[in-house]
Ligand binder design. Structure first.
Ligand code: TMP
Ligand code: ASP
Length: 237
């Protein structure tokens, strides 16, 4: 598979065309942003850690029945993926109160929820990724009710799989964000896209609550690279 022209540059990745229209290459950068790019920086080797972490986690969820765009790891920073038409909705699943939920509800971080919460956000940095609901998504033609039901079901399934995966590695999966897309070469079938990495998950060491995710960068907690390296070690061991 040959890499062709750049199609899109996001905050953490670049997407390239290949010589086959059904496939793209995702290139993982070291650039880090937070608060919808109001804070910017670099996390040394993050692109390599995230490519390795996401490659492994896509294979883990795929094996348990959640279809993803992952095809194979091509190099330290490159992943071959199926071409997707990304649905402009971010699906956030939460097991424990943290981040925006703590702020919105006026409560402290750390309380375990009696059941997972799924929040839906419009994928639009210029608008600060506002929270939206299913009616809005359907009325604006972002996705159908059937697609939304499928996205929710996949998010809950990914949660079960990854809670167990991280639990076995002494890490609590606090929350995470997923993106889905329609795969043109599979008749528009819904696949999990984007990435599953500490950029878009909260991971707390069990017992101590030590943060092993992008909150170390967002909140200037130090030892940012070390946390990504630790997650890579845990995930790929
Ligand atoms: P939040 O508490 O800021 O809403 O974030 C919840 C989780 O979802 C957290 O692990 C970060 C992730 N997330 C993103 O990666 N990108 C986003 O745009 C949003 C809203 C959340
Ligand atoms: N992913 C978003 C950004 O980079 C939000 C965040 O991670 O805080 O700005």
């Amino acid at each position: 598979m040959e890499r062709r022209g750049q199609l899109y540059e996001g905050k953490a990745k670049i997407v390239y065309a290949t010589d086959d229209p059904a496939y793209y290459i995702q290139y993982f950068k070291d650039d880090a942003t937070a608060f919808n790019a109001k804070k910017r920086g670099t996390i040394v080797s993050k692109g390599i850690f995230n490519n390795h972490i996401s490659s492994k986690l896509f294979q883990v969820v795929e094996k348990e029945g959640v279809p993803t765009h992952f095809v194979k790891t091509l190099s330290d920073r490159e992943m071959l993926v199926q071409k997707l038409d990304i649905i402009k909705v971010e699906v956030v699943l939460r097991n424990v109160v943290a981040g925006n939920l703590a702020k919105r509800m006026g409560v402290d971080e750390g309380r375990r929820l009696p059941h997972p919460i799924i929040d839906l956000h419009l994928k639009n940095d210029a608008l600060d990724d506002p929270m939206i609901n299913e009616d809005t998504i359907s009325a604006f033609g972002l996705g159908t009710r059937e697609e939304l039901a499928q996205m929710r079901a996949y998010a809950l399934k990914v949660n079960q799989i990854l809670q167990s995966f991280f639990g076995g590695r002494n890490v609590d999966l606090v929350d995470f964000k997923l993106e889905f897309g329609r795969c043109p070469s599979q008749g528009g079938r819904l696949l999990l896209g984007d990435e599953i990495t500490p950029d878009g998950c909260r991971l707390w060491e069990k017992g101590t609550g030590r943060k092993l995710d992008k909150d170390r960068f967002r909140r200037d907690l130090g030892q940012v690279e070390e946390a990504y390296a630790e997650v890579e070690r845990l995930v790929t061991r």
